[in-house]
Structure formats: C-alpha cells, structure tokens
Ligand binder design. Structure first.
Ligand code: ARG
Length: 390
C-alpha cells in the first residue's frame, strides 16, 4: 500500500513518516516537499532526513513561481486580510496539497496524508483539496488521529531517532513561505507576554536610516520596485529584505480559527505589509467610492474563503471574475517612507486617478456657487425630523 505525505521536514511531518510505516503499516511512504520559498539548506536536509527514515521515494517540487503568480498575486488583488493576517500560511496550503495530489496520481497511491493537528486550520485546507481532486484516496492525519501533543511528538521522535529541529525549551511551531512567517506555540500562547526577540527572523531592525520605497503597479500588481522591473519571486524576496530591515511587518493578533478557537498568532510579513498597503492606497485613488465599498465586501469574502481553506468553493472563482475588470485601472506609482519600525505612504500617482486637484483645491473658485439647492435637500429630512415635537 502506498501513501503520499505532505512533508515539510519539520517535527510533525517527520514523525508522520514513522507513524505511517509502523502504526498504519504502509510499506511505501512517499514524501513531497513543496518549495514555496523555503531555505535551500533546509530543503536538502528534509530530503536526507526522509531517506534516512526509510521513505520509498521523495519529491522536492519547486513551486515558488507558481505560488507568486497564481496565489500571492491574487492575495494582492484582493487586499488579503483576515483579522489583520495577510494569509501567508493559508495561501500556500492549497498549492502544496495540489502538488501532493499530482504525485499521488502519478504514483497511483492509495492514501494521502498530512501532519496537521486537530486544533488548527491547516487540516481543513489540505483536505478540501485532497477530497476535491482525489476523492478515491483514503485521507490520513496521524497527529490528529492519534491525538498527539507536541511533547508526545517530540518524545516519539527521540525514541525513534528522528532528528528534531526544535529545542524542547523553545517549542515554537513555525511555518514559512515567501508571503510570510507564522510563529505559534510555547510562551506565545500566553497573550500577556510580549514575544521574545528570538522568534523573529525577517523583521530584525538592522537598518536605522530612513529610506523611500517606490512600487509601480500595473493591472493591480507590482511590476517595478524603485524604478527597476524585477521578476516576481525575486521581487517578493527583495521586499521582504528591504522592508524587514526597518523592523516593519510584524503582526501580533488574537485570531479566530475555523473551529472557533481564539489563538495568539505572530506573523512576520514585511513584503506583504508594504505591498498590500500600497495597493490599497492606489485603489483609493482610482476607484469610485461605491466600487471601494463594494470591493471591501468582495475582498473580505475572498480572504475568508482562503482562511477557511475552501479553495474549491466556486464562489472563489466568481469573485476572481469580479476583479478581472476592476484591476485594469489600478495602475500607478506609490511611494512609502520606511523609518525605524515605521512605514508611511507619502505619495501616489495614477493615469486613472479620480483625484483632480483643480476640483478639490481651496484655491479654485469652480462650482461653489451652484450648491445652495443641493445643501438644502441634503438636510431636508434632518430638518423635518427636528421640527417634530416628540
Ligand atoms: N494561524 C495561521 C493560519 O491558520 C498560521 C498557521 C501556522 N501554522 C503553523 N504550523 N505554524 O493560517
């Protein structure tokens, strides 16, 4: 019997390899690591570790470009935001799951597995795609089914000589991709406590000088950074570096998980933070107020579908149809000023701007005289209401 496991090389998925062999009795475990912006060295180590644990085959799939073009770009168009979270982990899950299914089909596997716990959101995201694209497979979630705590996973790993990347005193669970880093667990579970500096990797303050950041958008997407056109994967990496060096892009929130559990979540997402803010400010200049109001609904609906892992809910595609037209006017240059842990938008310009200086300016006479009647009717119902004796 063959099983394909979504494998990151981290604690839980490494433990899953052994569990699938020993407890679930699969003779062939195939591991798939999908590179959505992982460390080269960690990818190599994950592969070695998989073979050391006796997997039948291992696949490392480079999906960085696909992740940026088909997932991150959508997140930008929809101003991805769930309770303040730019959806980094959530966004990568359906892509990872899809790649796992591709391997499973090629290998004619009987089962699909993931290492998610029973408490989080990722189980929903993986399984939506597994079930939709490969319904005949048995789905196995060892950590959830065996109800393992993090400590038990660590103990199991030690007993079976599985090298573990985490220190038992610092049991953070980290998920990383191009769009952000998510950090949970350990002391972070106490919402009273400020997160220790050691958990951060991308937003350490290393640059003390103010710096301008210019992004040029076309069709709602960033195409140039500081005057240079730059290919998508590199752009996101660059922006993580530039913005992160100013200590910008940290998010610390209490988040409502799918199950209704409130959890304390820490994110580092410097590129996402900058791009999303700049994109939104450009929309504010080119879209009408009704479009802006309506798009807020569309954006939050899309974001919620992604958070909830409903990648194959048809509404997602319907909403994506909506942005296809509106995005064409989201074109122009936005400039932000980066300082010590600060980020401010200081300038914007667009050929499709609905902002007209000659209309707004206090220095122009223009239409002021014709307003009398409009002002009267604008307050008509207020006047009628206040004239009543109630
Ligand atoms: N709360 C976030 C989400 O649901 C992050 C999950 C992070 N996962 C992890 N294994 N650390 O998308």
């Amino acid at each position: 019997m063959k099983v394909v496991l979504a494998y990151s090389g981290g604690l839980d998925t490494s433990v899953c390899i052994k569990l699938l062999q020993e407890k679930y009795k699969f003779d062939k475990v195939i591991t798939v690591t999908v590179d959505v912006g992982l460390d080269e060295k960690e990818l190599k180590e994950a592969e070695e570790k998989a073979y050391n644990l006796g997997v039948y085959k291992h696949y490392t799939i480079d999906a960085k470009e696909e992740f940026v073009k088909n997932y991150i770009f959508k997140a930008i168009l929809f101003n991805a935001n769930y309770e303040g979270y730019p959806l980094s982990t959530a966004l990568a899950r359906p892509l990872i799951a899809e790649k796992v299914v591709e391997v499973a089909k090629k290998e004619d596997a009987d089962a699909l597995a993931h290492g998610c716990t029973g408490k989080g959101n990722d189980q929903f995201r993986f399984e939506n795609v597994f079930r939709s694209l490969y319904p005949r497979a048995r789905i196995i979630a060892p950590i959830r089914e065996l109800n393992l705590t993090r400590r038990e996973s660590i103990e199991y790993a030690k007993k079976h000589n599985i090298p573990i990347p985490v220190d038992i005193d610092k049991p953070y669970s980290v998920d990383e991709n191009l769009w952000g880093r998510s950090i949970e667990g350990g002391i972070l579970e106490n919402p009273l406590k400020e997160p220790p500096e050691e958990i951060f990797k991308w937003t350490k303050l290393t640059n003390d000088k103010d710096e301008y950041l210019e992004i040029y958008f076309e069709d709602g997407l960033p195409v140039e950074v500081n005057g240079k056109s730059i290919e998508p994967v590199k752009m996101i990496k660059e922006l993580n570096k530039i913005v992160g060096s100013h200590g910008v892009g940290r998010i610390d929130i209490i988040e409502d998980r799918i199950l209704g559990i409130k959890s304390r979540e820490i994110y580092e997402a410097p590129a996402a933070y900058a791009i999303l803010n700049m994109h939104k400010s450009l929309e504010q200049m080119v879209l009408s107020r009704r479009e802006i109001r309506f798009k807020e609904i569309i954006d939050s609906e899309w974001s919620e579908l992604i958070y909830y892992g409903l990648w194959y809910e048809p509404l997602r595609e319907d909403l994506e149809g909506f942005v296809e037209k509106i995005r064409r006017r989201v074109k122009g240059l936005v400039v932000a000023k980066l300082g010590r842990r600060s980020f401010e938008i200081v300038s914007r310009d667009s050929p499709f701007s609905l902002y007209k200086r000659e209309i707004v300016s206090f220095d122009e006479k223009s239409l002021q005289k014709s307003l009398d009647g409009m002002l009267f009717y604008h307050s008509l119902q207020s006047m009628l209401y206040k004239s009543l004796r109630i």
